[in-house]
Design a protein around this ligand. Structure first.
Ligand SMILES: NC(=O)c1ccc[n+]([C@@H]2O[C@H](COP(=O)([O-])OP(=O)(O)OC[C@H]3O[C@@H](n4cnc5c(N)ncnc54)[C@H](O)[C@@H]3O)[C@@H](O)[C@H]2O)c1
Ligand SMILES: CCCCC/C=C\C=C\[C@H](O)C/C=C\C/C=C\CCCC(=O)O
Length: 267
């Protein structure tokens, strides 16, 4: 089990919702945490709140839009200057916007790739790094489709595929870095109101009742429950390439078939 005392963590999309919960559970377990978010006001307020609650200089906020390569790189350098190292990197920032779908891809999938590659370059043993762990936040919609959000679904499938492929690369090439994904069902955060928003859902607004029935099948989780899942993926040294599915009736590591299950067809 990885002990978090003295470790340095980075969490993107940390100003509210799941990211805030992830940052807090890492602080409670002894890590220092760099908070990254596009929302400067909420991020700075959270930095003050966390430093009061967990000790001066345990947290620092960095304004970053994860769709910007430059902002991400600059912040990473500043984090290294302040904290000296990065051991844990959680790519959590994400949005739902089916109308501005290229923006959604740039944040939800490209943002995860940007964060992961920055962290990997620093952590990789072949570069003189000390190893570490990366956790990418996907969704249950990264394992099965959410009809109202085809683009969101595509980005989350992308996050799961990227995480699994890179975890395998890490194992084969011995990077010394573990890379895991989280796939929670609906969680009670501000994001959950998206299905009522024409601005975000556009042409798929008419499917809101379908989403509501899915929400009855998968009742909402609380941020605190999902945060325990993050801690598991960070601490358990045996987990690499793991996808943790989380639902109200329980959490579990997803098994992927070694062979593609298929029904034969005549061609
Ligand atoms: N809430 C859910 O039901 C749920 C379920 C499964 C997975 N997720 C995933 O969890 C992650 C967090 O979602 P949440 O529910 O906490 O959402 P949220 O909207 O409550 O919080 C998202 C945070 O990300 C920040 N953010 C948005 N765009 C950004 C950008 N370009 N750069 C940096 N920060 C940015 C926001 O300012 C906000 O603080 C997302 O990846 C989401 O897809 C959420
Ligand atoms: C516009 C609809 C969005 C409303 C909900 C808001 C945010 C939720 C985001 C989550 O990432 C979605 C989580 C779970 C999706 C649930 C089921 C997907 C299907 C899974 C399956 O069939 O196995």
């Amino acid at each position: 089990m990885m002990a978090l005392q003295g470790k340095v963590a980075v969490v993107t999309g940390a100003a509210q919702g799941l990211g805030k919960g992830f940052a807090e559970i890492l602080l409670q377990n002894g890590a220092k945490v760099a908070l990254l978010d596009i929302n400067e006001k909420a991020g700075k307020e959270l930095e003050t709140q966390f430093n009061e609650a967990y000790g001066a200089d345990r947290t620092h906020f960095y304004p970053v839009d994860v769709s910007s390569d430059q902002q991400f790189k600059d912040a990473f350098q500043k984090i290294l200057s302040k904290f000296g190292q990065v051991d844990i990197f959680c790519n959590n920032a994400g949005i739902i916007n089916e109308k501005q779908w290229e923006k959604t891809v740039s944040i939800n999938l490209c943002g995860v790739v940007r964060g992961t590659y920055l962290a990997l370059e620093h952590m990789k043993k072949e570069n003189g790094g000390q190893g570490g762990v990366i956790v990418n936040v996907a969704s249950l919609a990264g394992l099965g489709p959410l009809a109202q959000t085809p683009i969101y679904t595509a980005t989350k499938f992308g996050v799961v595929g990227f995480t699994r492929a890179l975890a395998l690369a890490s194992e084969v090439a011995n990077y010394g870095v573990r890379i895991n994904a989280m796939c929670p069902a609906f969680v009670r955060t501000p994001l959950i109101d998206s299905f009522n928003s024409e601005e975000q859902i556009g042409q798929f607004m008419g499917l809101a009742d379908f989403t509501r029935s899915l929400m009855e099948k998968f009742p909402s989780l609380e941020v605190e429950e999902v945060s325990k899942g993050l801690l598991l993926l960070v601490k358990d040294d045996s987990l690499n390439g793991a996808c943790l599915a989380m639902m109200r009736d329980g959490a579990g590591l997803v098994s992927f078939p070694k062979e593609i299950p298929k029904t034969p067809v005549a061609l």
